[in-house]
Design a protein around this ligand. Sequence first.
Ligand SMILES: *Cc1c(COP(=O)(O)O)cnc(C)c1O
Length: 396
Amino acid sequence: MSGRGKEQWKTATKLVRGGTMRSQFGEVSEAIFLNSGYAYDSAEQAAARMSGDEEGYVYSRYGNPTNQMLAERLMLLEGAETCRVTASGMGAISSAMIAPCSAGDRVVAASALFGSCRHICSTILPRYGVETEFVNGADLEAWEQALSKPTRLVLIESPSNPLLDAVDIAAVADLAHKAGALLVVDNVFASPVLQKPLEFGADIVVYSATKHMDGHGRVLAGAILGSSEFIEEHIDPWLRHTGPSCSPFNAWTVLKGLDTLDLRVRQASANAATLADQIATHPNVAAVRYPGREDHPHHKVHAEQMTLGGTLIALSVKGGRPEAFKVLNALQLVDICNNLGDTKSLACHPASTTHRALSEEEQAEMGLDESWLRLSVGLEDVEDLGADLMQALSAI
Ligand SMILES: *Cc1c(COP(=O)(O)O)cnc(C)c1O
């Protein structure tokens, strides 16, 4: 009986084994190749490598073995043809959004996006002559209208930051393709363990590997996944000549994080599901938004796209900013921090931190107001987390 090919491996196996390349020393754990340049055997070889006639590394801005191991592992995991890793999530997303566009092109994006993704669409792209339009991600009629004109790229996030809205990836992919556009999905909140956008028709998936993939709050990194044609035509020249390359040390740290990604995301999601139900019973809570709860307005779409409810919860505290701040300040175990996807549980007030650059109207457009907190659930014991959150909510 022949063994399974690596493409047929299950997720947990891909996460531990995918992409590993051993040097002549046979090290078991992936090596860090912390080098910028590569020595050639001859001047002829240098010329052949630089011209592309001979395969091989030439400079770590172009490629590096540790970065390549991370890219291969992510590619297998996502089921993508090609992957490139970058210095941060924004390095990946800005490259994916800017590199394929020219003046006169059109981009349509969901209005509920990570703050910096929204800035790229609202401010940076228009300065270079790219028209951008925002639509309510859950409104398919709005998508249909916005995509009735030829469009280059569509950007969505599902679940979105911070209120965990769902976008119907398959439906938007269809409309995007009819408009001649490629669909880019920022899949940070779900992680590749819980949601695989390419299976629903997305063309490009982007990640901040800083979040669940590293998962221990250590390094910044990002990734772009898609077809070889797209990556080679648009992303490679952009990355080579603008330079948002991933540090091999950071790529190695993320590789080590991936070993346990499946276990961590499943356990944190189980903790989050328990906590969301517990928090919802507190009298000082006006609303809880958790993709795994049936009272989430987009529960049905989430349930079709994600295998679990995920590691993030949004909760609206009765009152406004003073009450929300009181709850944060009363937390004893959970840290106040705008990062997410960490082993440590973290909470923040999006309106004054991650989304503070948006105007009040823009915040209102995505349903955000001063009463909301975002909780990233980690791996502490769920009883300890529950006790901390309930006492903090009672501090109002
Ligand atoms: C954090 C985050 C980013 C940006 O990633 P960095 O690694 O911080 O640059 C983009 N999108 C989402 C949804 C994020 O949570």
